[in-house]
Design a protein around this ligand. Sequence first.
Ligand SMILES: [Zn+2]
Length: 213
Amino acid sequence: MAGFRTHIAVSSGLGVVYGAAAVQPLGFPSEAGLLAALLTAVGGMLPDIDSDTGVPMREMSHLTSVLVPLMLLPRLIPLDLTRETLLAVLLIAYVSVRFFMTYIFRRFTVHRGMFHSIPAMLIAGLAVYLAYGGPDRPLRWLLATGVMLGFLSHLLLDEIFAVDWRGLVPRLKPSAGSALKLYSRSYFATAFCYLLLGGLLYLTLLDHVHGAD
Ligand SMILES: [Zn+2]
């Protein structure tokens, strides 16, 4: 499997290309391009959030707990909350993501389980789309696609590293096929993953229907 640094290097490189393409030729503002590039880079680290030990898990739980409240901001600002309420909401979001999610991840996830899968990639993308909110749908899809692109690069890299290139004929290591997958051996994890994906798909559809009127 590819190391943390390889993942960051590849997804960051991909982010730069994606962010640049968003600005020219796609015509998004440069701040949007920058944000898309950063989300692509982060997306490349996301799947390894399920590894209990070491840098990826720690860094990612810090980063996610800061990013989630930030992504909620466009949804919170139109609510005209007082400054204190806004701060309280952001702090609660930070603390719950930081501690609750870390606990859940430690408790229920297996490394290379459903976090390394196609449905998980779609969940990450839809979550960004829904969390970002606001009327600018093309921008929201740009960011969602960025995360999914980074995520996909991670899965692809893990699969590439599962091929043993030494010797005359490349052979597959036992980890092959465990990253770019549609389901895992755990029925519970697989069912939960698809349930979550279904729910997010429904919310995304609602968002589009709601925005059409
Ligand atoms: Zn991985």
